[in-house]
Ligand binder design. Structure first.
Ligand code: APR
Length: 241
């Protein structure tokens, strides 16, 4: 049992906040960013996710997003996403995700905050227009009615998070009894400060990640396994209690 040591404590976990990243969708066939997965047609994914890279070559960045979007649309939630959704039967659950793939919602989670935007959203680089992508674009880069280039409505390096979403995320983190950090390398700010807000409330911190991360040493419990294996086992603790 990976979570044996928590058996007697689960009644204390009324508000459980998840912080998730690319790793939780890895078992749904969606590549992570860092490590060997973080390459697309020999481009470093990190170098494509900036506004400068976009203005440099909007067509290339749109090709990257179009490919990701079709991969995401054909993906299904895995047992990790499903376990988090099921946990709502037993506790107050909030998901703070850096992912743009919508798989938590697809699995049935009802309280998901998308910190980095969504693959289905677009906005104009100049005017206030924003919308959801309805059909594939016939032109690349797609243009807004105002004549300027449309861009994915996601957060790139150097950009701020949507402020209302971030403020809510901090409040949830601050109120948590338990924070489970699953499938994120915790190298990207400000999402990687969420565990600090949880600690201010004396929350327990659990990391689920097959690899060590920058913040592993700050965790109360580290589970070195994949999220699709570990999270169902965590939820089963609530079923037997
Ligand atoms: N289960 C759990 N964790 C996994 C799994 C798995 N099956 N497979 C990989 N991981 C872990 C890796 O060990 C790594 O620590 O998931 C983490 C993925 O890290 P990143 O690729 O850095 O993804 P993430 O933390 O989500 O990146 C943050 O960076 O590029 C930006 O905006 C993008 O939201 C993204 C942000």
């Amino acid at each position: 049992m990976m979570f044996e040591s928590l058996k007697d404590q689960i009644k204390n976990f009324q508000k459980i906040v998840f912080v998730t990243g690319a790793g939780i969708s890895q078992e749904s066939g969606i590549p992570t960013f860092r490590g060997k997965d973080g390459l697309w047609r020999n481009y470093d994914a990190m170098k494509l996710a900036t506004i400068d890279a976009f203005y440099d070559n909007p067509r290339l960045v749109w090709e990257w997003y179009n490919e990701r979007r079709s991969n995401i649309f054909s993906a299904s939630p895995n047992d990790g996403h499903k376990a988090i959704a099921e946990l709502e039967k037993f506790a107050d659950v909030v998901v703070l995700t850096q992912n743009i793939d919508g798989l938590h919602q697809k699995a049935g989670s009802t309280n998901v905050l998308e910190l980095h935007g969504s693959i289905v959203k677009i906005k104009c680089t100049v005017c206030d227009f924003h919308n959801e992508i309805m059909t594939e674009f016939s032109e690349n880069p797609p243009l807004c009615k105002c004549g300027n280039i449309l861009r994915p409505d996601v957060v790139w390096f150097g950009e701020s998070l949507p402020q209302d979403v971030w403020e809510k995320a901090i409040i949830h983190a601050n109120q948590s009894d338990l924070m489970i950090i699953a499938g994120t390398s915790l190298v990207v700010s400000p999402a990687n400060t969420l565990p600090i807000y949880a600690k201010q409330n004396n929350a327990m911190l659990i990391e689920v990640n097959p690899e060590k991360t920058e913040m592993s040493s700050e965790m109360d419990v580290t589970i070195r396994n994949t999220s699709a294996k570990a999270l169902p086992e965590f939820v089963s603790l609530f079923k037997t209690n």
